[in-house]
Design a binder for this molecule. Structure first.
Ligand code: SF4
Length: 288
């Protein structure tokens, strides 16, 4: 079985920066260091960070310590205020690409546009945007939702940084014909777009696709959806142990890609396991 690996895998710049900031904050602190919920959507990395002293607060009662790390996608204002009020040092690991998207959305509002943000309801990036812009921004996740929105005379459109290009394009195409004036700003993250473009190319040349990343990671899920939409068997795994040899019985070429919060060591483990499955397959075929 041939294994074809995507060029861009592993941590994106924003995740790498957030993980490094969290680690060095823990190293430099004598008291507890917290994030609000997991720092990134990868449980194995979050576990490693916990071992290095970065704790995950899941409730206001738990949020007491020396430092508070804002995740790459930001954090709700109320949580930030709570950490400040409790005397915690704030370490802002918000990704510059997310800050750019929010700044551009704010500029659109200042220019008099009603903003439509294509994103996932409840995603921290959209929650924090809504906090800042209030009623001037409407979050839509699907084309159906976008069609329900009453369009004002001037519409500005941005996207959550980790949305799929296709979804953004579909919604923009619908709004373009309904709005009198429209200003579209591409705020998709290049690190995400390149992974999606590569996944779309990969699915043309393989019989099956393995997508590596946290089960809660939205950008990993989008890569999985690309495989599914192209009608090839697609498997979303967090770690190598989830791979099953029988998935690859009739597969000649398997593609591998990963989300932007998947560490290199998990990718290496998954590839090693696929190579092992491939060798066993060859041995079985040779002896039969
Ligand atoms: S995917 Fe893009 S926006 Fe998200 S953390 Fe990485 S670099 Fe930043």
């Amino acid at each position: 079985m041939k294994i074809v690996v995507a060029k861009h895998m592993g941590f994106c710049g924003g995740v790498k920066r957030a993980v490094e900031m969290a680690r060095s904050t823990a190293e430099q602190s004598s008291g507890p260091v917290f994030t609000w919920g997991p720092l990134i959507h990868n449980p194995q990395v979050v576990r490693q960070l916990e071992e290095a002293g970065v704790r995950v607060a899941g409730s206001p009662e738990e949020l007491r310590g020396e430092a508070f790390i804002v995740s790459a996608y930001g954090v709700e204002g109320a949580v930030l205020e709570m950490a400040r009020a409790r005397g915690m040092r704030i370490v802002d690991a918000t990704c510059p690409v997310v800050i750019r998207a929010h700044t551009l959305a704010l500029k659109l509002v200042e220019e008099g546009y009603d903003v439509i943000a294509v994103g996932d309801h409840g995603h921290p990036e959209m929650v924090t945007l809504k906090e800042v812009l209030g009623d001037r921004v409407t979050v839509v996740h699907t084309l159906e939702e976008a069609r329900q929105v009453k369009v004002g005379p001037r519409v500005g459109v941005i996207s959550q940084t980790t949305q799929s290009q296709e979804n953004f394009q579909r919604i923009v195409a619908d709004l373009v014909v309904r709005a009198k004036e429209i200003k579209v700003i591409n705020t998709l993250c290049p690190a995400i777009t390149v992974r999606q473009v590569e996944a779309n190319q990969l699915v043309q040349e393989v019989d099956a696709l393995v997508v590596i990343g946290g089960h809660q990671s939205s950008n990993t899920t989008r890569l999985y959806e690309i495989g599914r939409a192209n009608g090839i068997p697609t498997y979303h795994v967090e770690v190598a142990d989830e791979l099953k040899a029988e998935w690859f019985e009739d597969v000649e070429i398997v593609g591998v890609t990963s989300g932007a919060s998947t560490p290199d060591w998990i990718i290496a483990d998954v590839i090693a396991r696929l190579q092992q499955i491939s060798r066993r397959k060859e041995l079985t075929q040779a002896s039969s």
